[in-house]
Design a protein around this ligand. Structure first.
Ligand SMILES: Cc1cc2nc3c(=O)[nH]c(=O)nc-3n(C[C@H](O)[C@H](O)[C@H](O)COP(=O)(O)OP(=O)(O)OC[C@H]3O[C@@H](n4cnc5c(N)ncnc54)[C@H](O)[C@@H]3O)c2cc1C
Length: 403
């Protein structure tokens, strides 16, 4: 009988435990510091749990050595993940953009099927037990918990990252692996809100828009995305902003974010469209020029940004002023002040150095018998189910204990 201690009952720890338990000769102790397993999972995907994405590929992942993900995605990819969950009784649906959710639309369905699968004779679940130390002694691992020591043959560190602190994100996994000689890269919040000069966003708080987002350092474009942007009192949120937030986090100061709020039209086309208003409704206040093209408050704010106040009427605007409004709608640019912290982030960029782990097995190259999986490693994915896919793929591999 081999004893395997898994530290962390989140996404990667639970799949690692279920996989390791398939060997009847394994005794698995799954330690979770929170009162229940899968607490963060319950909040994923706005409570719907976007558990994977049909378009997973190498380019969806980042880290110092992003190719590290390839063997685990090959060995346990999206189809294997869907089969795994189908076998546990979970029915899923894929949205047109490839995001996969439980049919129930409730993250609790994902957590429930995992919880039920953990109910096996060879899995001992100890919730509410936190691990504070990890060392080798006499050829075995000694796991120090707040309720005493556990001696075991193998350890899988599945403690997650520092993101989502209010949902249990902690730095414990980094510390435990550092105790075993592993090194860590710098940590950054990713998939997180971006703080900007708040003047315009604050006045637009709660307004959503479809925009082509470009993150710029001077004139150089660092990242682009297209999708929903939400204006908030500190800056910008929403999926399209989350996608460029990693780059904000890691690129230092002096950045601007440019929103093209009418990306399907050229500046000339837009100028022609809005110029018609000076013929069809010349009596309207000038700051209504974009009414019908954008959310009313946003349209008025873009006019203000272009230097047009509500004072005059549309009919009084000069051709240059109309063009300036079209240009502002396509270049609504805000100075970036940084990102919100780890509390608000969905994932941690950076982590334990993947150069020190075997990508074929997730086993430590420094300490045989020690495995790590999930967000604790220096791997982070894009928004859209990619981070959970990494947790499932790497957790499944780690649970195989090198086989
Ligand atoms: C709000 C939010 C929404 C998200 N939505 C999505 C989404 O829809 N799709 C997606 O792909 N990704 C999403 N993510 C990211 C995804 O949830 C994580 O990347 C993923 O859960 C990481 O899995 P993990 O197993 O590495 O860590 P976790 O799932 O965080 O699990 C780690 C577990 O280890 C436990 N632990 C930590 N330290 C100790 C210790 N010392 N002793 C014992 N136990 C310990 C923690 O309590 C936790 O339960 C979201 C994240 C957040 C915060």
């Amino acid at each position: 009988m081999k004893t395997i201690t898994i530290i962390g009952g989140g996404a990667s720890g639970m799949i690692a435990a279920i996989t390791a338990a398939q060997e009847s000769g394994n005794h698995i102790i799954l330690l979770e510091r929170q009162a229940r397993v899968g607490r963060k999972l319950l909040s994923t995907g706005n409570g719907r749990c976007n558990l994977t994405n049909l378009n997973v590929c190498r380019e969806s992942y980042h880290g110092s050595y992003a190719d590290f993900v390839l063997p685990s995605l090959e060995k346990f990819g999206v189809n294997d993940t869907l089969d795994f969950f189908r076998n546990l009784g979970l029915i899923t649906v894929a949205e047109p953009d490839g995001r996969v959710y439980p049919l129930s639309n409730h993250a609790s369905s994902v957590v429930d099927v995992l919880r039920f699968a953990l109910e096996r004779d060879n899995i001992e679940l100890r919730a509410g037990q936190s691990v504070s130390s990890l060392k080798r002694r006499g050829g075995r691992f000694i796991v120090g918990t707040d309720e005493g020591e556990i001696s075991c043959d193998f350890v899988i560190v599945a403690c997650g990252g520092a993101a989502g602190a209010n949902l249990g994100g902690v730095a414990d996994g980094y510390r435990l692996l550092e105790m075993c000689g592993h090194s860590r890269t710098r940590l950054y919040p990713s998939l997180v809100q971006v703080k900007t000069d708040p003047v315009y966003p604050r006045a637009l708080k709660g307004v959503k828009a479809d925009a082509a987002v470009s993150l710029l350092a001077g004139k150089h474009i660092l990242a682009r995305n297209r999708g929903e942007v939400l204006f908030t009192d500190y800056g910008l949120s929403g999926p399209a902003i989350f996608e460029v937030s990693r780059c904000v986090s890691t690129s230092g100061g002096g950045l601007t974010v440019n929103l093209d709020l009418l990306a399907d039209f050229s500046e000339d086309e837009l100028t022609t469209i809005i110029a018609r208003r000076s013929v069809t409704a010349p009596q309207l206040p000038a700051n209504q020029l974009l009414t019908g093209a954008l959310h009313n408050r946003l349209g008025q704010m873009v006019c203000k940004y272009a230097g047009i106040s509500g004072g005059g009427s549309v009919g009084q605007l000069t051709p240059d002023e109309i063009r300036a409004v079209a240009r502002a709608a396509k270049n609504f640019t805000l100075d970036v002040c940084g990102v919100a912290g780890f509390d608000c982030a969905q994932v941690t960029a950076g982590g334990i150095s993947t150069a020190e782990f075997d990508p074929e097995t997730m086993e430590s190259c420094l300490v045989p018998g020690l495995f790590a999986c999930g967000e604790v490693l220096d791997v982070d994915g894009d928004c859209g189910g990619f981070n959970l896919q990494w947790a499932w793929s790497s957790g499944h591999l780690a649970g195989g204990l090198g086989k």
